[in-house]
Design a protein around this ligand. Sequence first.
Ligand code: GLN
Length: 549
Amino acid sequence: MKSNYIFITGGVVSSLGKGITTASLAAVLEARGLRVTIIKLDPYINVDPGTISPIQHGEVFITEDGAETDLDLGHYERFIRTKMKHYNNFTAGKIYSDVLKKERRGDYLGSTIQIVPHVTDIIKKRIISGSNGYDIVLIEIGGTVGDIESLPFLEAIRQMVLAVNRKKILYIHLTLVPFITVSGELKTKPTQHSVKKLLSIGIQPDILICRSDRTIKDNERKKISLFCNVPKQAIISLEYVNSIYKIPAILKSQNLDSYICKNFNLHCPEANLSDWEKVIYHQEHPVGSVTVGIVGKYTTLIDAYKSVIEALQHAGIKNRFIINIRLINSQDVEILGIEKTLTGVDAILVPGGFGYRGVEGKILSAQYARENNIPYFGICLGMQVALIEFARHVAGMTDANSTEFVNNCTCPIIALITECKDTNGILIIKEKNHNLGGTMRLGNQICYLTEGSLTHQMYGKKIILERHRHRYEVNHIILSKIKQYTELNCVGFSDKNNLVEVIEYTNHPWFIGSQFHPEFNSTPRDSHPLFIGFIKAAIAYKNNYHKLI
Ligand code: GLN
C-alpha cells in the first residue's frame, strides 16, 4: 500500500510545540493500529546538528543507527513505538551538500543547478524513501512559515501533490491564537495572516491546530474557518496543559484522528489510549517527591538535557514520585563549593558533555556522592569523571585525567582508543584527528554485563543494547594499575575491543557510571531500568537509609 503524507508547518511564532504536537498526533494514529513514522526537516545549513552547541537548539538526539539528530526525534520515540533512523531527519545543509557532491561528480551533465528542481527533487526523494512501509508518514518542517531558510522545503512539499496523489496528502498548520487581556478577546488575525503567507507559497492548509492559553470556542472557530477556508471540524483547539502526555487525548477528543482517517479513506479501529491514561494517572497521583541534582555545564537552556530530564520524569511516573530537577552549573560547584550547590539533593546525575570547562566541578560532585553514599548516576562524561575522581582520590594518582582535557597527561585513565596501545610500557599518543564531525563511536552497541552486578540486576539480562556518542574510552593500561582497589567494579564490556562500558562501586548503595546513553531508550510508557533503579535509590536515600549503613 502507498503511504499517506501529513505535512506539519508552523506559523505566527516559533516554540509552539510543533514537535510534541506532531508526535502526539502520531501516537493517536498508532493507537488505531496504523503503521506510523515521522520525518523532521530542519532548515538550517549545518549538515547535521552534531556540531551545534546544545545551548542553541537543545540536545543532540542519537538514533539506534548512530545518526546525530534534532531533539524532536526524541519526542517522536517517546510517543510512538517506531524507532527513528538516520533518514528520519535531514537539514537544508545536508541537501545542499548532496546536490553539490552530485554537481562535482558531473551527475547533472552540464545543467545549471537550481533550487527548483534540483534541491526540491532531492527533498521529495528523501521524503518518499523514508515513508516506505508505513501507512502514514508525518513530516514536520522546522521553523515558521516566512523564514528564508525553509522556502525550499515548503516548495518541495507543495510539489508533493504532483509526485503522489493529492488525496494522500494533508497539510496541517500550527498557529498561535493569543488572548488579549485589555479587550478580553482571543485574536484570530495572526492565524489568518499566517495562512495567507502559506497560501502565497501555494499551500492551502487542510487542518489548523491552534495553540492558545484557553479553549478556542465555536465563535472563533467559525471565524477562522471562514477566513482560512478550512472546515470548522478541522480547526483544533490546543490549549496549554500541565503534562505533554495529555496531548494525544486532547487531539482524539476533537476527532482529529477520525477526520484524518476519513480523508485518507483508512478503515481502522478507534484509538485505544489506555496506556497513556495510565501514564497520566501515575503522574497525577504521586506518593512523594525527590530532588535530583543534574550537574552539567549547559544549564542556560533546559532542552540541552532533554532526554535525561525526560528519562528521570519517566522513572518518576513508574515509581509514582514527583521528580524535582535541580540544574546545577558544574562551574558553580567549583567556585561556590559543594555546600552552596549540592546540599539537599537526594541523588546526583552527571550527564554527557564535551570539553574541559566545568569538569573539575563534576569531579567534585562524583567525590561528594562517593564519600557520602549519595546515589550517583554518571552518563558518558559522567562515568569518565567518576573514574578520574577514583584514580585521583582513592588510588592516589593525583595527575589522573582524560587526554581530552590534558593532552600530554601522565596518568590518562581516559584516552582515545588509539592512545591506549602499549608498546613496552610506553603509551603511544597518536596525532589527533582535528576534524570534529563524524569521528565518534555512535549508536547502538552490544554490551555484556557481569552476572550478579547491580547493573545486571537492574536490567535483568546479561546482554544489552545501548546508544553511544563519545570519542574517549577507559584506558585499560591505567585501569590495570588500580585493580587492587576492589571497591571499583567494571561490570559492563563492549563486544568489540572489550572496552569498559559500565562501572559501579561495591561499597556504595547506588553508584553507576555508563559509557553509553541510556536516556535515549527511555519512554513514558516503559521507563528505563537504570533510571527506575536510580530513582528508587534516591527515594531510599531521602528516607534516611544512608544513616542506617
Ligand atoms: N567528551 C567525552 C568523549 O568524547 C564524553 C562524551 C559524552 O559525554 N557524550 O568521550
